[in-house]
Design a protein around this ligand. Structure first.
Ligand code: CTP
Length: 396
């Protein structure tokens, strides 16, 4: 577990930092809190002190009960949540006029910032330029969530939810620092299962939850990419701006074909039904007959069709769900589908793959490289997988 220095700056969102602190402690991290004076006006330091089981630091530099250097060297990760526009500006310019900013200037630890402010302040080019500076320094700066703000306006500027912050902290601690490698790259990613109607109320589908595709979409976005996610039937809350739903294999095919040309990277992760009822009934089928026959016809292979339209510069990734002769089948799919990379999932193991939070993947690149990603949470695996493919994606 890690030493996390939690920095809270002034803003109503400070109350969420209390909950975040609880989650970090529950996850087993050691947490110390440093606050600005403004933050201490929103939430009493005693609350943080009790929950962190350690003193809270709010003094200005000179009256500080602890040396800012000691504080900054103790930390493995410096997490600022909420990060106000003012503190972001100070950090971007190297100011160190309170304990929080001084500790930040002195730290060699990884830094993650979660902005929270009024939308106009966030969108102001001064703030945007400051954020760009911080990102170019290797800091992680989260995109603020949209919703109702303290000023009762709606817009982008809300502090991310503590559960989401905890998850990103875990990912960051596992992966280490990374740069927005995919800046300017457009990703088209499909996820989840399609459903094929039998009648008005029944369908054929599979156990895919969409967790792997969603993890890839979030990782691609946090690595700087512009992501469009095409989600199959049972939707998960994606948190992504550009999510399109496609119910059936045919809906998904249309959605992909309309968009794939503009994508730089296409990841076909959805578990598309291979067969669909030839004549779905408009009405609910009554149970009058003792048995019924369902005639199924093959769906179009979306990945294969899209790969035929592949232009220079694009990078296509497919998945192979296998339960036997896995390697042989995966290599066959790599060739048949005309993609640059096939990720092999063993779907016979219920601890990984379909519907699990974990996965284990073997990646087969068209240039012959083969990499095994051992069992780990899908949310973390997605980063490792994309980071590994990044060089090839970016050299297109
Ligand atoms: N795929 C697709 N369109 C389909 C079926 C599959 O685009 N109608 C894509 C999947 O999203 C995946 C890849 O093809 O990226 C391989 O899918 P998989 O289910 O492993 O194999 P299939 O091609 O369907 O062949 P089989 O079921 O015989 O293994």
């Amino acid at each position: 577990m890690s030493n996390i220095l939690l920095g809270a700056t002034g803003g109503i969102a400070c109350y969420k930092a209390v909950y975040l602190l609880r989650l970090l402690k529950r996850a087993g991290h050691a947490v110390r809190v440093v606050m600005t004076k403004d933050a201490a006006r929103f939430v009493g330091p005693l609350t943080f002190e009790t929950l962190s089981e350690s003193p809270v630091y709010i003094e200005s530099l000179r009256g500080a009960p602890i040396d800012h250097i000691a504080l900054s060297t103790w930390a493995d990760l410096f997490l600022i949540a909420p990060a106000s526009a003012n503190t972001i500006a100070k950090i971007a310019h190297g100011l160190a006029d309170n304990l929080l900013t001084a500790a930040l200037l002195a730290t060699k630890a990884d830094v993650m910032l979660y902005p929270a402010m009024n939308e106009a302040m966030f969108l102001n080019s001064a703030t945007q330029t400051n954020i760009e500076t911080l990102i170019s320094r290797g800091y992680f700066v989260a995109k603020p969530a949209s919703g109702e703000l303290a000023c009762l306006e709606n817009g982008a500027g809300r502090l991310a939810e503590p559960e989401e912050i905890l998850e990103q902290v875990d990912i960051r601690l596992a992966i280490g620092r990374f740069k927005p490698l995919f800046a300017g790259k457009r990703f088209l990613i499909t996820a989840g299962a399609t459903i094929e109607a039998i009648d008005a109320v029944r369908y054929i589908s599979n156990y895919s939850s969409g967790k792997m595709g969603l993890a890839l979409a979030l990782a691609a976005e946090n690595l700087g990419g512009d992501v469009e996610l095409i989600y199959g039937a049972r939707p998960l809350k994606s948190g992504l701006k550009n999510t399109i739903y496609a119910k059936s294999a045919e809906d998904m095919r249309q959605a992909v074909l309309e968009r794939v040309e503009k994508a730089d990277v296409f990841i076909m992760n959805a578990a598309v039904a291979d067969y669909t009822p030839r004549h779905p009934n408009r009405e609910k089928i009554k149970k009058t007959a003792d048995s019924i026959n369902l005639e199924l016809v093959k769906t179009v292979d979306i990945l294969k069709e899209a790969a035929k339209l592949k232009r220079r510069g694009q990078f296509f990734i497919g998945f192979a769900a296998e339960s036997e002769n896995s390697e042989e089948n995966a290599l066959k799919k790599l060739k048949d589908k005309g993609v640059d990379l096939i990720a092999l999932n063993d779907v016979s193991n219920h601890e990984i793959g379909f519907n699990s939070d974990y996965n284990e993947i073997t990646a087969f690149f068209a240039d012959g490289e083969r990499v095994v990603f051992a069992k780990q949470p899908k949310r973390i695996l997605a980063y490792r997988f994309l980071l590994h493919a990044a060089e090839r994606i970016n050299s297109r």
